[in-house]
Design a protein around this ligand. Structure first.
Ligand code: ADP
Length: 306
């Protein structure tokens, strides 16, 4: 049975905005499921409904088979979450906060302190454990929020851009940690823009735009959708006027995808730019998840033949 099942979920806000439009998805136990989409796609709206904080206009959401539209408290009790914007906490130290969250979840004070200390070590936060949350940097707050989300060992975890503002070393730690949680059986719903980093750890992902799922599948299945395309990374002195054959990557400046059949045209164009010094280098390779994302939003991806 799916841990999370979203069926025909539609959310229309009072001002008329249709934020989710008949969304369907099912997340299996221990799966790391990525939600990807541009700003305003409807990801936060979906997450808030799954957390039981917002009621769908229509449709059903089940968690462990429990109807959480009828029983939102079940969702709040079962899910650990790292929201995109965190509470503005004053007057509390990082380790006190994480320990307090564990105790609120019913864990004894001694065990809460032990769990917090283990997470502080694991996330290399020793230097910040006694830092006041109000004074912590964005990255440290994010890591503390992650620690608070997992300290009570939830079976279901929702992470909204967990690596925002986090430095590269701890980013890596965080992704490995998320991957391990998945292999230990935690079900993870992950909202991220960082496909290049998340790709190794995501089991399946859905690309959302205008409240609808454009595509869903494993990274390798989605890559087959764009098997007729190639990825291009350009190092340019200044911004290029892009060639009409290129689809720009919305997530990475200087990255594009194009049809395999345009390879010689694109290479010819790049070589002439290199001769004039407009670009210093370029690399062409197989398509990335970012290309799938860009092509899906542009309607450029074709279904792979069965
Ligand atoms: P995302 O998380 O993908 O950026 P959101 O779920 O926040 O998308 O927003 C989806 C759409 O719903 C956007 O058009 C946004 O402006 C709108 N929206 C979000 N929250 C509200 C609200 N409380 N009232 C009205 N419209 C909202």
């Amino acid at each position: 049975m799916a841990v999370l099942e979203v069926r025909e979920v539609t959310k229309r806000y009072r001002n008329g905005t249709l934020a989710n439009d008949r969304l369907n998805l099912a997340v299996q136990p221990g799966e790391i499921y990525g939600l990807l989409g541009p700003n305003g796609a409807g990801k936060t709206t979906l997450v808030r409904q799954v957390l039981g904080l917002l009621k769908p206009t229509s449709g059903a959401i089940h968690l462990d088979g429990v109807d959480i539209v009828a029983d939102p408290g079940y969702a709040r009790r079962s899910i650990g979450s790292l929201p995109q914007s965190q509470l503005n906490m004053q007057g509390i130290r990082l380790e006190e906060w994480v320990t307090g969250v564990a105790q609120l979840c019913g864990i004894s004070a001694a065990s809460a302190r032990e769990r917090t200390a283990a997470l502080v070590r694991r996330l290399q936060l020793e230097d910040f454990a006694r830092t006041m949350m109000a004074n912590a940097s964005g990255g440290v707050r994010r890591l503390a929020g992650f620690a608070a989300a997992i300290v009570a060992d939830p079976r279901i975890l929702i992470l909204d851009e967990p690596t925002n503002d986090v430095d590269p070393v701890r980013r890596q730690l965080l992704w490995q940690f998320i991957g391990e949680l998945g292999s230990r059986g935690t079900t993870v719903l992950l909202v991220t823009h960082n496909l290049a980093e998340a790709e190794r750890y995501i089991d399946r992902l859905a690309i959302i735009d205008h409240g609808r799922i454009l595509r869903e599948g494993t990274p390798s299945a989605l890559r087959r959708v764009v098997s007729d395309r190639l990825h291009l990374a350009v190092t340019a002195a200044s911004e290029l006027a892009p060639h009409p054959a290129l689809v720009p990557d919305p997530l990475q400046p200087g990255a594009f995808s194009f049809e395999r059949s345009d390879l010689s045209i694109v290479v010819g164009w790049l070589e002439s730019l290199r001769d004039t010094g407009a670009i210093s280098d370029f690399r062409i390779g197989p398509p990335t998840l970012d290309d799938i994302y860009a092509a899906s939003l542009n309607g450029a991806a074709q279904e792979a033949p069965a």
